[in-house]
Design a protein around this ligand. Structure first.
Ligand SMILES: *Cc1c(COP(=O)(O)O)cnc(C)c1O
Length: 402
C-alpha cells in the first residue's frame, strides 16, 4: 500500500526537526495509513489506535461512509464561501438541531474557534441583555483551546504563563465546586463555561449533580451556561451529547473533534434566546464549507442511525471492567476514571511516559494525559475484541514494570 514510497521513518523525522517550530513533542513514529482502529507506520508496523486522532476519528480511520462523502463532495463543490447558500452545511445544521436541545448553529474550523465564537456570543448577550456584563467564569484544569481568549479561559498555569498579559474578562475557579462559581459571579458575569468531563485536564469527572447546580445558578442569575462538548460530544461518553446524562440543557454548546471523524470542523450551537448575533458580527471564510460538512453529515448520521452512543456505553463498561481488573492486580494503578470511551487510569507515580513508549513498541497507541495518568480515547466503533487486545498489551507492559 505505497509503504515503500513513504520512505524511511528517520528521513521524515529529521526533516521535521529542522523545519518545524518546536511546539510538539512527537512520539518516534511516522504514520502513513489507517483503517478502522488500526494504523501503520513507514516500516509497515501495525498499531491498535486508542488515541484516535486525539478523540477525533470517531468512526475510526478512513471509514467508508466518510471516505465516500468526501470523494463525492470533492468532485462536486469544495468551497464556496458563506456569501452563498450551500447544501451540506444546511443538512448538517438540521441534523444537529433535530438531535440536540439547541436551535441555531455557527460552523467554524476547530474547537478553539468554536469556543472563541461561543464566548463572543456570550459577550454580545451580556451587552444586549445583561447591562454590559462580559466576564466568563471557567474552571481550573479546563482546556478550551490555544487562541489568546481560549487560553485565558483555560484554567491551567502552563498554558497561560507564557502569554501574560492575557485578554481580560475571564475568571478561573475550582472545578466541581458550585460555591466557587457563586462566589465569582458579579454583575459583570455573562456566562459560565465548563466541560461536562475535563478531557485534557486529566479526564476529571465531576459529581453527578454539578452541572445541575450550575444550571440552577445560571437560571437564578440570568447568566448563560456554555458547555464545551468538544471532547465529550458526538457519542464519546455514551450519549450523543454529555449534557443528556447530566439532566441539563446548555444555552450554548461547542463541538469539534469527533464531529467530522477527522476533517477539521467546529460548531457552536445556541438556544434561540441566546442567538443574539446580528449580521456581520461574526464570520468565517471556510466555516462550514461543503467538503467538511459532507464529512460531518456522514459521520453524525452514521452515529445516530447505528446507535453508536449506546454501543459506546456498552464497550466502555466492558473496558472499565477490564481496567478495574488490572487495577486489582497492579498496586501502582491508583484509579480508573471517565465515562464511555473517554477513560483514564491514574498511577501512584509519574510512569505514564514510560508506559506510553512501551505500549508503542508493543503496538498500542495510548495518550499520556498527565505524568501520572494514561488516557484512552479510541474510535467509537471499537469492539470488545479490540478492548481485549488493548488490555492484553497493557497487562504485558504493566507486568514488566512489577
Ligand atoms: C481539543 C479541545 C479544544 C480545542 O480544540 P482545537 O480543535 O484543538 O482547537 C477545546 N476544548 C476541549 C474540551 C477540547 O478537548
Amino acid at each position: 500500500m505505497g509503504l515503500r514510497l513513504a520512505g524511511k521513518m528517520e528521513q521524515w523525522q529529521e526533516l521535521e526537526q529542522k523545519l518545524f517550530m518546536r511546539t510538539t513533542r512527537r512520539l518516534p513514529v511516522t504514520l502513513v495509513r489507517g483503517q478502522g482502529a488500526r494504523v501503520w507506520d513507514t516500516d509497515g508496523k501495525e498499531y491498535l489506535d486508542f488515541v484516535g486522532g486525539w478523540a477525533v476519528n470517531s468512526l475510526g480511520h478512513c471509514h467508508p461512509v466518510v471516505v465516500k462523502a468526501l470523494m463525492e463532495q470533492a468532485k462536486t463543490l469544495i468551497q464556496a464561501s458563506n456569501q452563498f447558500y450551500t447544501i451540506p452545511q444546511v443538512q448538517l445544521a438540521k441534523l444537529l438541531v433535530d438531535n440536540s436541545c439547541l436551535d441555531r448553529v455557527f460552523f467554524c474550523n476547530s474547537g478553539a474557534e468554536a469556543n472563541e465564537g461561543a464566548m463572543k456570543l456570550a459577550r454580545r448577550y451580556g451587552k444586549l441583555c445583561l447591562n454590559g456584563a462580559y466576564e466568563i467564569i471557567t474552571t481550573y484544569g479546563s482546556f478550551h483551546g490555544r487562541t489568546l481568549a481560549t487560553v485565558a479561559a483555560t484554567g491551567q498555569d502552563k498554558f497561560q504563563q507564557p502569554y501574560i498579559p492575557l485578554p481580560d474578562g475571564f475568571v478561573n475557579v475550582e472545578y466541581n465546586n458550585i460555591e466557587a462559581i457563586k462566589a465569582a459571579t458579579t454583575n459583570r458575569t455573562c456566562a459560565v463555561m465548563v466541560e461536562p468531563i475535563q478531557g485534557e485536564g486529566g479526564v476529571n469527572v465531576p459529581d453527578d449533580n454539578y452541572l445541575k447546580k450550575i444550571r440552577a445558578w445560571c437560571d437564578e442569575t440570568g447568566i448563560l451556561l456554555i458547555l464545551d462538548e468538544i471532547q465529550t460530544g458526538v457519542g464519546r461518553i455514551g450519549s450523543l451529547f454529555a449534557y443528556e446524562q447530566y439532566g441539563v440543557e446548555p444555552d450554548i454548546m461547542t463541538l469539534a473533534k469527533g464531529l467530522g471523524s477527522g476533517v477539521p470542523i467546529g460548531v457552536f450551537l445556541a438556544k434561540e434566546r441566546a442567538s443574539v448575533f446580528a449580521p456581520g458580527e461574526h464570520g468565517s471564510t471556510y466555516g462550514g464549507n461543503p467538503l467538511v460538512c459532507a464529512a460531518g453529515l456522514a459521520t453524525l448520521k452514521f452515529i445516530i442511525d447505528n446507535d453508536i452512543p449506546g454501543k459506546v456505553k456498552k464497550v466502555g463498561h466492558y473496558f472499565v471492567g477490564g481496567l478495574e481488573k488490572l487495577k486489582a492486580k497492579f498496586g501502582f494503578i491508583s484509579d480508573v476514571r471517565g465515562r464511555g470511551l473517554l477513560l483514564a487510569v491514574g498511577f501512584a507515580d509519574d510512569m505514564a511516559e514510560e508506559v506510553v513508549l512501551t505500549c508503542l513498541k508493543e503496538g498500542l497507541l495510548v495518550n499520556q494525559v498527565k505524568p501520572n495518568a494514561l488516557r484512552f480515547m479510541p474510535p467509537l466503533i471499537i469492539t470488545e475484541k479490540d478492548v481485549d487486545e488493548a488490555l492484553g498489551i497493557l497487562k504485558t507492559v504493566f507486568t514488566r514494570r512489577l
